[in-house]
Design a protein around this ligand. Structure first.
Ligand code: G3H
Ligand code: 13P
Ligand code: ZN
Length: 331
């Protein structure tokens, strides 16, 4: 049983404050997912070294994989680890929010809030808007008693959202957003403008470029909700260097393609103040493990391949913070 604790008592920061600073500063905070110790260390190292605020994300699947108690205490240890690193390097401590990614029910959100999360996402985007508003509002009512931030979602991204598989993107309808935000009291809103989860975001003919994101929808949402924090999911760029490395060392990821980074950079300069990235981290880790194992077939100490994978992941996320999200140097 995890002890009931408020996020501020374990050194986590208020995500609403972080998002409003990002809006003003015209950058997006990374929402990086973690499932194990090496991913968490790499994410924290990247954000401390690049001096970026961080939204550390745990999905329902991550809680099932790693165990909810372990993950929650790991995050607490992670805050101390990040503070010590910043101190040793003579850098500023970074604000960290711990967010439940794609929470599917009130009960799951409540359990995370009670155990020290500073933010939760309630994702009922597959439901009717009436049902989505009803359940999201219930989560907001509970969360706000503890100053916990809530993300809702309107519109459905193609791809996999935890165990729900959506065939086709249903773009967010700008005419729905005020009703949703007013009816729920959410602190930020995830919208569908053409991104999708996973490593195969677009089916492209040889030589064809990915279609542009629907900036017309983002602009219309921005007009309806001025100064309101918007979130983009499914925002991995699927760097070809990792796909090529995976394919070179025995993998098969033909046709993997992501969102062009210049489009994410443009969105980060608009009202998008949180950008979710998970698949790029999975690629960095998998590519490095495949390379190390192929080059040194006699290795059998997990530290010898997980260590280099951790370094590659930190390096990739430093690059993202600097070149894509614009969050580097903002603390
Ligand atoms: O949006 C989904 C995230 O990449 C988390 O994925 O549910 O497999 O942990 P997961
Ligand atoms: P990617 O699969 O594009 O990394 O998206 C991750 C995400 O949206 C997590 O919520
Ligand atoms: Zn997502």
């Amino acid at each position: 049983m995890i002890e009931m604790v408020h996020y501020s008592d374990i050194g986590l920061s208020n995500q609403v404050d972080m998002m409003h600073q990002a809006l003003e500063g015209k950058y997006a905070i990374p929402g990086y997912n973690m499932n194990n110790m090496e991913q968490m260390q790499a994410i924290l190292t990247a954000c401390v070294k690049s001096q970026s605020p961080l939204i550390l994300q745990v999905s329902k699947g991550a809680r099932e994989y790693a165990n909810e108690t372990i993950l929650r205490y790991m995050a607490q240890g992670g805050v101390e680890y990040a503070n010590e690193m910043a101190d040793e390097l003579g850098l500023n401590p970074i604000p960290i929010s711990l967010n439940l990614d794609h929470g599917s029910s009130f009960e799951l959100c409540k359990s995370c809030i009670d155990s020290g999360f500073s933010a939760v996402m309630i994702d009922r985007s597959q439901d009717s808007i009436e049902e989505n508003i009803k359940i999201t509002a219930r989560v907001v009512e509970y969360a706000h008693q503890f100053d916990v931030s809530v993300e809702g979602e309107l519109g459905v991204l193609a791809g996999i959202e935890d165990d729900v598989v959506a065939e086709k993107t249903t773009y967010t309808r700008p005419e729905d957003v005020e009703r949703f935000v007013d009816g729920t009291g959410v602190d930020c809103l995830a919208i569908a403008i053409g991104t999708s989860h996973g490593a195969y975001k677009f089916k492209l003919a040889p030589g064809e470029s990915p279609p542009p994101l629907r900036f017309d929808i983002l602009e219309a949402v921005q007009e309806k909700l001025p100064g309101f924090p918007i979130v983009l999911h499914g925002s991995s760029s699927i760097p070809p260097k990792f796909v090529d490395m995976i394919n070179k060392f025995g993998g098969d990821m033909e046709g993997a393609v992501g969102v062009p980074e210049e489009q994410l950079r443009k969105a980060a300069g608009m009202n998008v103040c949180k950008i979710n990235i998970d698949s790029d981290g999975r690629l960095a880790v998998t590519a490095t493990i495949r390379r190390v194992m192929a080059e040194k077939p006699s290795l059998f100490d997990p530290r010898k391949y997980l260590g280099p994978a951790r370094e590659a992941l930190a390096e990739e996320y430093i690059r993202k913070n600097k070149e894509v999200l614009g969050s580097a140097g903002k603390v």
